[in-house]
Write a protein that binds this ligand. Sequence first.
Ligand SMILES: Nc1nc2c(ncn2[C@@H]2O[C@H](COP(=O)(O)OP(=O)(O)OP(=O)(O)O)[C@@H](O)[C@H]2O)c(=O)[nH]1
Ligand SMILES: [Mg+2]
Length: 448
Amino acid sequence: MKNYKKPTIFSLSSAPGKAGVSVFRISGPSATKALKSLTRQKFFEPRRVTLKKIYNKNNELIDSCLLFFMQGPNSFTGEDCVELHVHGSVAVIEKLTSELYSLGLRQAEAGEFTRRAFENGKMDLTEAEGLADLIDAETEGQHKQAIKQMDGALRHLYEGWRENLLNALAQIEGEIDFPDEGDIPDNLSHKALSYLNLVLEGSEKVLKTADTGEAIRHGLDIVIIGSPNTGKSTILNALSKRDAAIVTPTAGTTRDIVSINMILTGIPVRLSDTAGIRDTSNEIEAEGIDRALKLSKKADILIHVIDLTEDNSDNNIKSQISDGDIVVYNKVDKYQKQTMLKRGISSNEIKISALKEKDIDDLRALIEKTILEKYTVGNEPTLTRVRHRNCVSEMFLSITRAASCLNKSPELAGDDIRSALYALEELAGASDIESVFDRIFSRFCVGK
Ligand SMILES: Nc1nc2c(ncn2[C@@H]2O[C@H](COP(=O)(O)OP(=O)(O)OP(=O)(O)O)[C@@H](O)[C@H]2O)c(=O)[nH]1
Ligand SMILES: [Mg+2]
């Protein structure tokens, strides 16, 4: 076999442009060779920061920099790694870049350092994903979730599951090899069952976190919905403290969806105002209503707005409110005899005047309370991607099948447990699926 040597890669790992300090990263088998050429030195003590002058091949001084050498495998990528902390000058960055090219190094692709770390067993795929999320994190909730995942929360979880599945498999295989016909336990008393049940319970619990985990990564969609003229746009404007949506006394003013971004409880939120729902023969308004209904189906939280000054007795809004939705009774400043709708479900209700901005802060607090009830980032591990959800669901189904045929056909149960283990390997990234890796690592920025 041809002795394949990985190329040595480099990248500006800090943000491009003028700055106090810029950080270059180099990783690969020729990292020390490049370092020797840059510094004219022969030896570098690993894990020790030193101040060094670096030169190009024409003996021109490029800069004085802090140099940090990490010898593989004790480095982020598992290879020889160098960090050069140079002055954040555009000219220095350009000069050093062209020198590294001339030394035969190649510019790293997006996520290539992390990919090497993963390939060298420095982290599993869930930890690499956690790292990507941490770099993208903009809010407190996203930070908390990402750092937990980067720190191995999901890995610890599935390693525990794998252990139990292997124990279950050992029980079954012992039985296949040495069948004891006189003493066949039924499915329910099978020794493997307790191991399988542990994984079923754990994975069922964690599957419930998937909605929360994915929502925190992507942000929440909160949609304001209701009949025309109830004050939806006024509410959006009051919450966002700007005139984002047009408000007029004419019913059917809003047609397009008007969205604003905000951060509530440390989670990014997209709050959307929609067209008032009613029967209409106006083609444009009908299109707006269609869009409103489609968006409301995808919403994480719905805010129904009801106009207290209208007669809502035969309003079919009641049937559209689900558990956990928010109901806002608006125009309390003109409120006369109307009573709140009588409904048999629990929802979060509030009376406000959007026009007078009365109790708008209470509405914001109610929205925050609703978010916290549904989407709190706890200390438990969470599934944060569709990929995780698919792998864990796949594992759950395989174990359920295995549990149901433990005694009837131990061979089949064994096969199902092996499928469950395979699903876990996919979660960890141990099964070699290039396309998945490409998708995950290409989302990193260059230099990571
Ligand atoms: N008295 C009173 N009027 C309000 C209140 N909130 C909104 N309005 C008025 O109600 C009218 C309709 O308000 P909008 O915010 O445009 O209502 P909408 O629900 O967005 O209406 P559509 O876009 O047509 O569906 C405007 O004249 C607002 O000034 C309120 O709390 N009290
Ligand atoms: Mg409107």
